[in-house]
Unconditional design. Structure first.
Length: 178
């Protein structure tokens, strides 16, 4: 993927539309809209994204996302992250690839897939205290730049949450004005 050149306002605008809905805001294959993520972000996702390398507590799990600088060589349209998930739950739970998404500037999201030497990320069952980690690869055929990583564990139960991470290594969180 090309060098990331992202504007923190883009991420804020993407996260800021979580509570809004409009027929005009629905992205279409012909016309994607910044600030209209597809699929929409979970309503309870954090308004200020976590930074690269931060650990996010998502209820009964912790998640860390880093850029995978040492990933195996892939095509130019492949974006790779290094993701780590640790269970804090008392019961085992199962992760699925669709719980992890990379959103791009054009509002589209992509789930992990097996690409080259990188297996598909997200198929794992974790017991208490266990950790699952690996490279997460997505193919972005539109050429749009990655803007955000989302982990959404909310369908595992009421003790799991969603969290958004900026994929811009220079992103500095700023509290919203108001």
């Amino acid at each position: 993927m090309k060098k990331l050149v992202l504007v923190p306002i883009l991420i804020a605008s993407t996260l800021g539309v979580v509570g809004c809905s409009s027929d005009d805001a629905t992205p279409t294959p012909d016309r994607e809209q910044v600030g209209a993520p597809n699929p929409p972000l979970p309503a309870e996702v954090n308004a200020i994204p976590f930074t690269v390398g931060a650990v996010a507590a998502v209820g009964n799990a912790d998640v860390r996302m880093q850029l995978a600088d040492d990933a195996p060589t892939t095509d130019d349209d492949v974006f790779v992250l290094d993701v780590w998930v640790q269970s804090g739950a008392l019961e085992p739970f199962t992760l699925r690839p669709d719980m992890f998404r990379v959103y791009t500037v054009d509002g589209v999201s992509y789930t992990p897939e097996a690409i080259g030497e990188i297996p598909q990320f997200g198929a794992a069952t974790l017991n208490t205290g266990e950790t699952y980690s690996g490279l997460l690869a997505v193919r972005i055929p539109t050429g749009s730049e990655p803007a955000m990583f989302l982990v959404d564990l909310t369908d595992l139960g009421d003790r799991f949450f969603a969290a958004a991470f900026s994929v811009d290594p220079n992103f500095v969180p700023v509290a919203p004005e108001g």
